[in-house]
Design a binder for this molecule. Structure first.
Ligand SMILES: CC(C)(COP(=O)(O)OP(=O)(O)OC[C@H]1O[C@@H](n2cnc3c(N)ncnc32)[C@H](O)[C@@H]1OP(=O)(O)O)[C@@H](O)C(=O)NCCC(=O)NCCS
Length: 152
């Protein structure tokens, strides 16, 4: 069982861990490089999810999933390894899309790691183009994707 709610400051450490683990999983980068690519450590780097519309998923009081809406972009969608493929990422995105519709947005876009493209396609996002991200001599492939919001 999982509870979904808006981000609270007390979620910062849990979210930080999710982002670092998620980027490392998706890219094969080590944690320091993952932190760089994320450009973000909640407590140290200051891109506070509180500044976005951010949803967290909790299990037994622990943050096991997150996702954020930043303008017309979906960002920071991560689910803890042990909880993947149970519909948690989809539910987080459904809540973000619902908020986007409430704000009158007609289209959402995002940058996906190649491994997650299948997840986004399952949610109705389409590939726009690929790009390479160069970081400390490593190349990370990313895919820019978008979805038109229709109906509810
Ligand atoms: C990508 C991620 C957020 C998906 O979260 P999740 O809770 O496991 O996803 P869901 O259970 O809601 O999956 C819904 C559907 O998406 C598809 N899907 C999910 N993960 C997938 C993957 N890795 N590859 C291909 N398709 C995938 C499947 O069709 C799945 O339905 P099914 O399980 O019935 O087959 C999670 O795997 C994750 O955190 N990965 C590491 C970090 C990452 O890549 N984040 C995305 C940043 S762009």
């Amino acid at each position: 069982m999982c509870e979904y709610r808006n981000y609270q400051p007390e979620d910062a450490d849990g979210c930080c861990r999710l982002v670092l683990d998620g980027i490392a999983d998706a890219t094969g980068l080590d944690q320091p490089r993952a932190a760089k690519l994320g450009g973000w450590i909640v407590s140290e780097r200051g891109e506070d999810p509180a500044a976005m519309f951010c949803i967290v998923a909790l299990s037994a009081g622990r943050v096991i999933g997150m996702g954020a809406l930043d303008g017309a972009s979906i960002k920071r969608v991560y689910v803890s390894r042990a909880f993947r493929r149970r519909g948690i990422g989809s539910e987080i995105c459904r809540l973000l899309e619902s908020e986007a519709r409430r704000r009158g947005l007609s289209q959402l876009h995002l940058v996906s790691y190649v491994n997650a493209v299948g997840f986004w396609e399952a949610l109705g996002y389409a590939k726009i183009r690929n790009r390479d991200w160069h970081l400390d001599g490593k190349t990370v492939q990313q895919t820019i994707m978008a979805k038109r919001l229709v109906g509810r």
